[in-house]
Design a protein around this ligand. Structure first.
Ligand SMILES: Cc1ncc(COP(=O)(O)O)c(C=O)c1O
Length: 391
């Protein structure tokens, strides 16, 4: 059997039609498959490779950390320099109320941790989320994702969950003194890059404060420069009580985090002690890689050029078959008539050397979420290939 057949036989499958590209090298914005074919990466591992694949500083940090130590103890017991240094750097670039970082293995685990924190901090159980939001695939995170098709087969899920309409001022009245927390994506990713109205997000925060519910923003995709600012919430003049990070946080290695005020986070230290435990969360290798990636993002000011590249894409991607283009920074959903049409365009793009895909809740939209290091020349090249793929 060749590697592809072994993959299909022995690696648990998540769909009947995986992309099944056999990538043997990834560098910057380019992936190379086993036949030597190159692909311009418009996905970035789904908003992970914000500083590009194998950024030299990330590779160097990983090599250095492997020389020192790998796993030594479960989370929270030992003083591990990569964790401490990364938490310090992150909090230096966050508002002062977000000064305590709980590192996890994944985005979904950060969501779980934040929901637990909200229950402990408020003594309440109701959690409010939004239609068409994605927060992860564990049972807690699944309970709050905003689409019944994806939830239904796994019921019973968490009780006491409500889904409101994103951007609906009317629905804010459902947030009450029963509510432990409200979890929203700062910009809805899998819905096809749907931004909140500035006023709405501010009202949402105010409503949470009024009733004593925690205001939690999921920036697992929107963080790390994707929106043109370092943090997505900076676009809207709000500051969450709890910030959720993942994906690009680890610079290509698995890492998530929920970040809150230290006094709030301390709820997890007693009654019961060890309120959230993880063996590998905040793994030293992942923290070393993530810190190097974050430093590269800051040094190279990668978020600063996202808006320019967004504008270039918007000016180039004009065609009668494109129904709309929704974007926020270097993060776009190109809308076509149907999933079938989108799928043909995606397949043609891949055949012609541009890697893209569709969105979970917007299957008729083509995803543009490349490394922020994509050059203007590569933006033009990618747009030309997309346009050539249109019927
Ligand atoms: C907005 C958002 N939240 C949470 C998650 C869950 O992260 P993970 O897949 O690392 O568990 C994702 C993953 O796609 C996401 O896009």
């Amino acid at each position: 059997m060749n590697l592809r057949q072994l993959f299909l036989s022995h690696v648990a499958q998540t769909s009947a039609a995986p992309l099944a590209l056999e990538i043997i090298k990834a560098e910057g914005c380019v992936l190379i498959d086993a036949s030597g074919k190159e692909y311009l990466d418009l996905i970035g591992g789904i908003s992970v490779a914000n500083v590009g694949h194998r950024h030299p500083k990330v590779v160097e940090a990983i090599k250095k950390q492997t020389d020192d130590y790998l796993h030594v103890m479960v989370y929270g017991e030992f003083v591990q320099s990569p964790q401490v240094q990364y938490a310090k750097l992150l909090t230096q670039h966050l508002p002062s109320s977000l000064d305590s970082v709980y590192f996890t293995n994944s985005g979904a685990e950060a969501v779980e941790g934040a929901m637990k924190l909200a229950k402990r901090a408020t003594g309440r159980t109701e959690i409010i989320a939004f239609q068409n939001s994605y927060h992860g695939s564990t049972q807690g995170a699944l309970s709050i994702i905003g689409d019944e098709y994806w939830r239904n087969a796994f019921r019973p899920l968490l009780p006491d969950i409500q889904h409101l309409r994103y951007n609906s001022f009317d629905d804010l009245k459902f947030i009450t003194q029963q509510t432990a927390c409200v979890i929203a994506e700062t910009v809805q990713a899998e819905a096809g890059i749907i931004a909140p109205q500035k006023e709405w997000l501010r009202f949402l925060q105010e409503r949470c404060t009024e009733v004593g519910a925690l205001f939690i923003l999921d920036e697992i995709q929107a963080g790390f420069g994707r929106t043109g600012k370092l943090w997505g919430f900076e676009n809207f003049n709000v500051v969450p009580d709890v910030l959720l990070l993942g994906k690009a946080l680890g610079g290509g290695l698995p890492l998530g985090a929920f970040i809150a005020d230290k006094s709030l986070m301390d709820c997890l230290t007693d009654n019961p002690v060890l309120g959230h435990i993880t063996t590998f969360g905040g793994h030293p290798l992942c923290c070393a890689a993530g810190k190097a990636a974050f430093e590269a993002l800051l040094d190279e000011e990668l978020f600063a050029s996202a808006k320019e590249k967004e504008a270039l894409c918007r000016s180039l991607l004009v065609h009668p078959n494109i129904k709309s283009l929704s974007s926020f920074g270097l993060w776009m959903a190109v809308e076509f008539e149907s999933f079938e049409e989108n799928k043909k365009i995606i397949d043609a793009c891949i055949a012609n050397g541009v890697l893209t895909d569709w969105f979970l809740f917007a299957s008729n939209c083509l995803r543009i979420s490349p490394p922020l290091t994509l050059s203007l020349r590569q933006v033009k090249q990618a747009c030309e290939i997309i346009l050539e793929a249109l019927p």
